[in-house]
Design a protein around this ligand. Structure first.
Ligand code: UD1
Length: 414
């Protein structure tokens, strides 16, 4: 059983689901049961969506872009405070686990859905012997060492609860060893988010987003698209950056110089949109559809996965407070300025594609001026094969005795 809940989960889970399907196909073709206690059809899989993200722009569009199947089960949990959201997921997910009794529970990333489901899995009991699923955490070991971030709490606790820890970068190995996680639980497999990127980058080119935003230059003779005009890409959604008026304003002021040089395309999370309206910040932005004289920040709705990949690939610079985008820009060789004090993904800074700017306007403006040079540098094992490695471990792992799967699965626990 794999759990997804929020936008950054989908691209991390998709390659695992595909690799499981590929394994099952080859397993069925080989017709030999050489993989432990597997039934002839291979490994059954259930996809659960908690519904933490529910807007089509934050969820549905991503599932289809990534070729993910429709979730078998949707918990439709929606928004709430951290406690409410986590508790709602736990209550509904416990029912699902007790019904479906999976042998392995795969959770990805660091969002509230990740921790909520790992916690349920760690304490559930399918029988009097206390049988429970093995818990596999994809993207284990990342640490910002900043416990004011809800994601850091989710990471630390999920890793403590997990039986199999799949690590994306070498810092994760060091962090888990320092926290006393036994070495045999830890597998350095690479980055499934990069698996998705490599798989989709060609298709992303056909998304049409550059044309839609007027960023393609046309040749004067035949009107064909010839090149991309320079632009920067911005995302901001961290509560610490956008929920406080002064903090948000300081960041916008730190971006002014950049906005004088090239259009800045701001793909805003729903939370950020709401804050822009609440704080009366509309005046800082060119309205959707106009280019503000090509000298402004242009705020647009959240984009689909393919559209966003395409915009990232062709950007002169990406400014962000996201975790995953630091990794994606590293893989694409696009300079990234991160509007945070710290990063749980230090390899992106060490390798030289990402720079931490802090959140003060002077620091942001300086980081933009001294931004990294473009150029692709690939961290170890970011080669598009992380999901294959994960499935290999899952197949070879000594799992608990098979439990019965009760069908049908297409049910909404609303
Ligand atoms: C979550 C993750 C964060 C991740 C981000 C990516 C946690 C603690 N945080 O933050 O790590 O980087 O997703 O997007 O899990 N909202 C909508 N539509 C939606 C989803 C959310 O309008 O589909 C609004 C709601 O008002 C909600 C707010 O956004 O209250 C925040 O959503 P939530 O899922 O709580 O956290 P994110 O900020 O999205």
């Amino acid at each position: 059983m794999t759990v997804v809940g929020a936008r950054p989960n989908f691209m991390k889970a998709a390659p695992i689901i595909r690799a499981l399907r590929d394994f099952n196909n080859s397993f069925a073709m080989a017709g030999e049961a050489d993989s432990g206690q597997l039934p002839p059809e291979g490994l059954q899989h259930i996809l659960v969506h908690t519904g933490q993200h529910y807007d089509s722009r934050m969820s549905g569009a991503f599932l289809s872009d990534l070729g993910l199947p429709a979730p078998d089960i949707n918990l439709s949990v929606g928004s709430g405070s951290h406690a409410t959201q986590t508790a709602e997921i736990m209550k509904k997910f416990e029912e699902v686990l007790l019904r479906e009794r999976p042998e392995i529970l795969v959770v990805v990333g660091d969002v509230n859905s990740t921790l909520a489901c790992a916690l349920v899995g760690a304490k559930v009991s399918f029988d009097a012997r206390g049988t429970r699923p093995l818990i596999a955490h994809v993207e284990a070991g990342l640490r910002s060492f900043d416990r004011t971030m809800p994601e850091e709490i989710n990471r630390v606790l999920t890793d403590q609860l997990s039986d199999l820890l799949f690590v994306t970068e070498e810092s994760g190995l060091r962090n888990l060893a320092a926290e006393g996680v036994p070495e045999e639980k830890v597998h350095f497999v690479g980055n499934t988010m990069i698996d998705s990127l490599l798989d989709c980058i060609e298709r992303a080119e056909t998304s049409g987003i550059l044309r839609r935003l007027g960023l393609e230059c046309m040749t004067p003779t035949n009107g064909a698209a010839s090149s991309v005009s320079p632009y920067s890409l911005l995302t901001l959604h961290r509560p610490a950056n956008v929920d406080c008026r002064e903090a948000f304003l300081d960041i916008l002021e730190g971006l002014e110089e950049l906005a004088q040089q090239c259009p800045v395309i701001f793909a805003a999370h729903p939370r950020t949109w709401r804050r822009i309206q609440e704080f009366g910040f509309e005046r800082y932005f060119a309205s959707n559809g106009s280019d503000g004289g090509a000298r402004a920040i242009r705020v647009i709705e959240p984009l689909g996965y393919l559209e966003f990949l395409c915009l990232m690939k062709h950007a002169m610079l990406v400014v962000t407070d996201s975790g995953g985008i630091q990794e994606e820009t590293t893989c694409l060789g696009v300079p990234c300025v991160t509007v945070r004090q710290n990063t749980e993904r230090p390899v992106t800074v060490e390798i030289g594609t990402n720079i931490l700017a802090g959140t003060a306007k002077e620091g942001i403006a300086a980081a933009i001026r001294n931004r990294p040079k473009p150029g692709r540098r690939t961290p170890p094992k970011w080669d598009g094969k992380a999901a294959e490695r994960i499935v290999d471990v899952l197949i070879k792992t000594d799992r608990k005795p098979a439990s019965s799967l009760s069908l049908p699965l297409l049910e909404t626990y609303a």
